[in-house]
Design a protein around this ligand. Structure first.
Ligand code: SF4
Length: 190
């Protein structure tokens, strides 16, 4: 979902449904350019439109999981249980992580202890103001790219003192690949 298409999400869900597929929605992250970055209102407008026109299959997008009160949501896997290997051989806690000194060699040497490195520890950090927030600090990659790692997620309504209500019908969650490791939202058209 990006600034160009947030208002076309229901149509995209219908295109997916026409070939028997779910729609998987990831929020645009400005790792190269912020030309397509969603504004706060645009992001929640996009999710509202989806809530009116689809069933929610699953979400691991942290601010959405916080708003919906997804049972058992305890934060993202970033910095804890997911490891990304960039095409240039760098190891990242998140696909969009701005900087990393880690290489495939480090992963071979450290194994699971890769999560103790500065890059992975930074991705686990919860900003002080976000302790106890239902979004669990939101998305660290987004914070690093958009406002500062120590600042609240720019899309978190709780940090703004706002409440967002989404009345979203749930679908049965199937066996979906990569839902737990990626900040993604899967929907099926009504
Ligand atoms: S939720 Fe995690 S994997 Fe997703 S963009 Fe943010 S930091 Fe990266």
């Amino acid at each position: 979902m990006m600034s160009l298409n947030y208002d076309g999400m229901p149509q995209l869900a219908r295109v997916a449904a026409s070939v028997g597929a779910n729609l998987r929605v990831n929020i645009y992250q400005p790792s190269r350019t912020d030309r397509f970055t969603l504004g706060y209102g645009e992001l929640w407008d996009g999710f509202r439109r989806l809530a009116h026109s689809t069933r929610l299959v699953a979400t691991t997008e942290p601010v959405l999981a916080g708003v919906l009160g997804i049972p058992g949501f305890s934060g993202t896997g970033c910095g804890r249980s997911t490891v990304r290997v960039a095409p240039d051989g760098r190891i990242l806690p998140c696909t969009y992580w701005p900087e990393s000194r880690l290489t495939v060699g480090d992963l071979q040497t450290l194994g699971h202890a890769i999560v103790e490195t500065a890059e992975f520890s930074a991705a686990r950090l919860t900003p002080m103001d976000c302790e106890g927030c239902p979004c669990r600090g939101g998305c660290a990659g987004r914070r690093a790219l958009m406002g500062g790692l120590g600042a609240p997620d720019p899309y978190c309504p709780f940090a703004r003192g706002e409440r967002i209500h989404l009345d979203w019908e749930r679908a049965t969650e199937g066996d979906l690949p990569k839902v737990g490791s990626a900040c993604t939202t899967v929907v099926s058209a009504l």
